[in-house]
Every structure is written in structure tokens, then in C-alpha cells.
Design a protein around this ligand. Sequence first.
Ligand code: AMP
Length: 291
Amino acid sequence: MIERIGSKNEVRAAVAEARREGRRIGFVPTMGALHEGHLALVRAACARTDFVAVSVFVNPTQFAPGEDFDDYPRQIDKDAELLAAEGVELLFTPTADVMYGDGPEVTVDPGHLAKRWEGEIRPGHFTGVATVVAKLLNTLRPDLAFFGEKDYQQLQIVRRMVQDLDLGVGIVGVPIVREPDGLALSSRNVRLSAADRIAGLGLSAALTAAEQALAWGETEASALEAVMREAAEKTSGDALVLDYAAIADAATLDPLARVTTEARALVAGRVGSTRLIDNCALVAPEAEVHP
Ligand code: AMP
């Protein structure tokens, strides 16, 4: 049975009771409109903990004016059913009023990791994300919290925040779930027309091209980025407007000149009015790391 709770005090009480029973608490924060990507996080949580809580909260503070907060897909009853079927016991669905009251006046500065990529294109986004994640972690106090690699920059920021603010929660990253054709699952995909959806494939095509070029020995970031742009253009033409196609250090997210350590290929763009992001790990072939 899944219990749907809107109040922080009731959530704290439900988690405290599970803890009294000696159960390890797993937590998956989401904005709802759940798909198989979210469910992969839920399944990872069910595998590693004994009591799983999920939040569904479309957080207004991480949307800039003019972004898609009002149009963001919402389907809470269906979400509750999907979660119940996975064995989730607690669904936290606060309103913005419950979450923030008259705040937030005090927020989390996500620092250097938030400066580039999504942070540059969406000013204030990661302050909103870090603040709401800190609040949710403090409310639920889980043993483990699960985040998708789909939002790789977010995952790194959350890891760093937990470390720097001593939040005492284990952060688990979960690999990206994709459609069979490569498109990364996203709640926003429901808004894509058939043509948009095909154009969206330019993102995963760019990542695959970078992986292939690296496997063939190309380690220069500028060359890999050119390969990514070409592949996106070839797949999607003008229908995909790239915001960035970049090779970054997997930990610091600083741009790399060359892939020598573990790197991440990051790509983002717009298809019509819908923004899509994607990324993948890039590991240099051994021979190229130590020539
Ligand atoms: P959202 O509801 O978009 O805020 O996402 C909630 C969590 O699900 C975040 O940790 C996301 O990174 C994760 N997530 C979303 N899409 C995917 C996906 N395709 N694969 C893996 N994780 C995902």
C-alpha cells in the first residue's frame, strides 16, 4: 500500500516509524510524469533499501520566468499507481506553499559546478535544484537518495552539496534509460510531435559519434566536439538547435582539451519549444592515455 502525504510533519512521522522498525530508507526525488527512467531509480532504491519514499514536486524555483513550469506534464494519480506497483510505500506530494511557506529566503549556492552548461543557459536553475534537494533530504533524512545520470550536472552538484554541507546521505547515481532508438527518456518527451521526436535523436547520435571517434583514437576535445555537432546536424538538420556539445571532466565538469582521464560528453538543445539534454561517459582507450 502506498501512502500519499502532503505535509512535512506526516512524512517525518512515517519515515521515523519505518526507521524504528529498523528499515533502511531510500528516497527518489522527482517532478512526476513518471516514466521508465524514474522507475529505474525506484527499482534501484527498492533493491538497496527496505522502505522507499518518492517525492513528486514540480519545483517552481528551478524554472526561470518564461520556462515551462505551467506546461510541465502532471499526472499524479497515474504516478501513484506506477509507484504502488513497484512497492513504494510513501509518496510525498507537497504544494509549493507547504514546501516554501513565504521562502525561500536562504538558498544553497551550488558553486563552481553550476557555472557552465545548464547553469549558464538556465541562470538560477541549480540554486533552485540544490535548495529543494537539501530541503527534501532534511525532511526525509534517508540513508540513500537516488538520482539519474540523465541530469549529470545535477547529480554532480548534489554529490558535492552533500559532501560540503555534511548532509550525511549516500547519493547513488543510476544510468540513463533510453528508448530502443537511443532517445533518453524524459517527462518532456510527451510534448514532442513525431517529427520533433526524430529530431531529438540528434542528441544521442552526437554522443554515439563521440564514443566512436574516441574508440578510433581521437582524443582532442575540439575534434570530438566537431564530430558531435556534425552527427547532430546529419541526424536532425535545423530541427535541433544545439545549445552545447562539450567534452568535460567527469568530476569537475570543466571543459577538457583532451580526453585523458574519465570524461563526460554533454549535449543539449531545443526541438521546437522543448529543451532536451543528454550525456555519456567517455573513457580514453588505454593506448591513448599512456602513449
Ligand atoms: P525529473 O522528474 O525530471 O526531475 O527527474 C527525477 C529523477 O529522475 C532525476 O534524478 C533524473 O535524473 C532521473 N531521470 C529522469 N530521466 C531519466 C532517464 N531517462 N534515465 C535515468 N534517470 C532519469
